[in-house]
Design a binder for this molecule. Structure first.
Ligand code: ARG
Length: 408
């Protein structure tokens, strides 16, 4: 069947994320992968295929700024660490990518994968070989020896037959600059590093800094020299402040904010990307999935605190971008986080903006996150009133990415 390259969507309602308003009875004209015009009185060419979404609310394709699309717990903790390879990740990534796209997420900023599986997946999606969101990828998580990004807690005689560089483990300014260059050489769009300890790893603390200020400064400076943005995994207050001062574009998790951290984030224009849904999933499912108690105990230290920090940050006007850490919990469930964002201080419109126009700003791409002329035709629709009930986004009825319909 021949697909028409000109398409016209009739939108009953359209969420204008740029002006935080709702427009009614709007036509979106699409040519190939790009939006050509948006408005009430746009002539529809005879050659256009008409897509009637008159009974729906149309919004830009959603953007998740914190995914691990090549991973998800299989149910066997040790097998995931010791038996699965980056090839398993790449294969499963194609499955997770489709689920994510069908859930209405047309772009993901994917912040850490093994063995460059994320680069392979991004490229296959861009070629049109695999259905999935547009991916902006970090490749290897950069972490210090023994950090959240290292494989900690196991026998020192376990040999990974790989140079440390291939695992993203780097210490000191010289190694870190080299690691940034290495990641970029092999396909990184962004750089992610571990400013603090974490939850889902076997090192002891959740929040302690894991690099010095000088090391963080070097990572960010080197990243910027290559024209890219850095983001930092940071739960603890001190590590958050250090990463903000180093100049990261976003703080990931941001669990333990205080007034000074919030003030610094405002001063530096740093985005907060807080994964405030997954605590529910970790607490109810991770024991069954074979995770050690130690890790579940660590989750209890951050889950609630992180939601309260998020609320404070929203109140203070810190820039918020939507990011879920999907991969910690099942891909395709990304939208479950909207409920918590609204519960902890966002208006529904703000939560939608976090996942569209703000996310596009953080990623640094003006062609995503908005429905206007010149943007990619990344468009979704829902049946109910999303500004009344944000959980409507958990049931996306229509998905178009780059002018191609993936769900209807
Ligand atoms: N990847 C993160 C970590 O291991 C997940 C944290 C999940 N918990 C939370 N409350 N957000 O540190």
């Amino acid at each position: 069947a021949q697909t028409k390259t000109l398409k016209a969507i009739r939108a009953g309602k359209l969420i204008d994320v740029e002006h935080a308003t709702v427009l009614e009875n709007v036509i979106i004209l699409i040519d190939h992968d790009t939006i050509k015009a948006v408005g009430k009185n746009i002539p529809i060419p005879d050659s256009a295929q008409i897509i009637d979404l008159g009974g729906s609310t149309v919004l830009p394709g959603l953007i998740d700024c914190h995914t691990h699309i090549t991973a998800q717990p299989s149910g066997d903790y040790y097998a995931d660490i010791f038996r699965a390879t980056q090839v398993d990740d790449a294969i499963m990534g194609t499955v997770f990518a489709r689920k994510t796209l069908e859930a209405g997420f047309t772009t993901c900023r994917d912040v850490g994968a093994r063995g460059f599986a994320d680069v392979a997946l991004r490229n296959a999606i861009n070629r049109g070989a695999v259905p999935g969101p547009r991916l902006f990828v970090a490749t290897l998580f950069i972490g210090a020896t023994g950090s959240h990004g290292d494989i900690s807690g196991f026998s020192p005689y376990l040999q990974w037959d790989l140079p440390r560089q291939m695992l993203g483990v780097a210490d000191g300014i010289d190694e870190l600059r080299k690691q940034v260059r290495y990641n970029i050489k092999y396909g990184a769009d962004i750089i992610k590093f571990g400013a603090s300890a974490g939850v889902l790893s076997e090192e002891e603390s959740v929040g302690a800094p894991q690099y010095t200020q000088e090391e963080m400064n070097a990572i960010v400076a080197e990243t910027k020299a290559w024209g890219k943005k850095a983001c930092a995994h940071a739960h603890g207050t001190e590590a958050i402040k250090m990463a903000v001062k180093a100049g990261v574009a976003s703080i990931e998790h941001g669990s333990m904010l205080d007034d000074e951290a919030i003030a610094l984030m405002k001063q530096y224009g740093t985005y907060l990307v807080a994964d405030i849904y997954n605590d529910d999933y970790i607490r109810t499912e991770y024991a069954r999935l074979g995770y050690p108690d130690k890790i579940i105990e660590k989750e209890k230290l951050v889950g609630q605190v992180q939601r309260e920090s998020f609320q404070q940050a929203v109140k203070a006007g810190v820039k918020i971008a939507f990011g879920t850490d999907a991969g910690v919990y099942p891909h395709g469930w990304n939208a479950k986080q909207f409920y918590y964002m609204v519960k902890f201080g966002c208006t529904p419109m703000q939560a939608i903006q976090a996942a569209t126009i703000n996310a596009a700003d953080l990623i640094g791409n003006a062609k995503i996150g908005n429905i206007k002329a010149g943007c990619y035709a990344d468009i979704i629709a829902v049946k109910a009133d999303v500004l009344k009930d944000i959980t409507t986004l958990e049931n996306v009825a229509f998905v178009m990415k780059g002018g191609e319909v993936f769900k209807q």
